[in-house]
Design a protein around this ligand. Structure first.
Ligand code: ZN
Length: 272
């Protein structure tokens, strides 16, 4: 077996960690319909030969219990539909039969409260955190855009700052996709028998945003459009199916299965 062979045990689970009841306008700037929608929030677990990789941690317990304390009045329209006893990431992992302390790597797409809110949980004290350097520095430069105090790794954890694309395990790559935030990254998982899944995180909110001409909220819309174009090119090149961060309809429409189901050699949705 060469070092380029894809490991047999590579697996990916999609973990729902609650939803936000929000105005469509929160996902699509300029929308004036006034409609509301339930936008899901996800974390992802990848079983790799290098150990368990958790991509994003969802919201903090504090936000789930007292959202105004974290989000303030300015974001009051974002109403969390979350029950910490069920939706908090460590509860979800335990329900899957996974010991949270067994997670070896915690990768963060970006440091917004719905993706990195549970980063500070002491369960990850033995883990290595993988964050783009540009994102880590963005928090220092614009702290008001990162309201949750629980974004930094817990005491004992190791923080590894990344500069661009990084293969964290064979066939598992963190892909630099800036624009939504300065150091946003996505997750590319390729499977042994071909194909795989591209976890966009907030580089692409919903299918409607899977278009360089219609990107979602972004600190740099032009950079965001370039990232969407790059994701499309990678999906084409490797035969990957994209999974979007907050699409209210994608999982049901395309038949995606949620944790504890694990995608690997099994068939997965092919509509794209
Ligand atoms: Zn988000």
């Amino acid at each position: 077996m060469t070092s380029r062979a894809v490991p047999r045990r590579l697996q990916l689970s999609i973990i729902p960690v609650g939803a936000f009841d929000l105005e469509v306008a929160a996902l699509t700037p300029g929308d004036r319909s006034g409609r509301r929608t339930a936008a899901p929030v996800y974390a992802y677990l990848v079983d790799t030969p290098q150990g368990l990789l958790l991509f994003d941690t969802g919201c903090s317990r504090t936000l789930m219990a007292d959202p105004r304390r974290i989000l303030g009045a300015g974001m009051a329209a974002l109403t969390p539909m979350m029950d910490a006893s069920r939706d908090y990431i460590t509860e979800r992992l335990q329900a899957m039969g996974v010991d949270p302390a067994a997670v070896a790597m915690v990768a963060t797409s970006h440091l917004h409260f719905d993706h990195a809110g549970a980063n500070a949980d002491p369960a990850w004290a033995g883990a290595t955190f993988l964050v783009q350097r540009a994102e880590w520095e963005a928090v220092r430069k614009a702290p008001h855009q990162y309201p949750d105090p629980g974004l930094a790794p817990p005491a004992g954890a190791r923080l590894q700052l990344l500069d661009g694309d990084t293969e964290v395990a064979p066939s598992v790559t963190l892909v630099s996709t800036p624009g939504h935030t300065p150091g946003h990254q996505s997750l590319m998982v390729r499977f042994e028998r071909g194909g795989g899944v591209f976890i966009t995180s907030d580089a692409v909110y919903t299918r409607a945003h899977y278009d360089p001409g219609h990107v979602g909220a972004a600190v740099d819309p032009q950079q965001s459009a370039q990232s969407v174009a790059r994701i499309q090119a990678l999906c084409q090149e490797y035969g990957l199916v994209p999974f979007f961060s907050h699409d209210p309809h994608q999982a049901a429409d395309e038949g995606w299965q949620m944790a504890p189901y694990a995608y690997a050699a099994h068939p997965f949705p092919t509509s794209s």
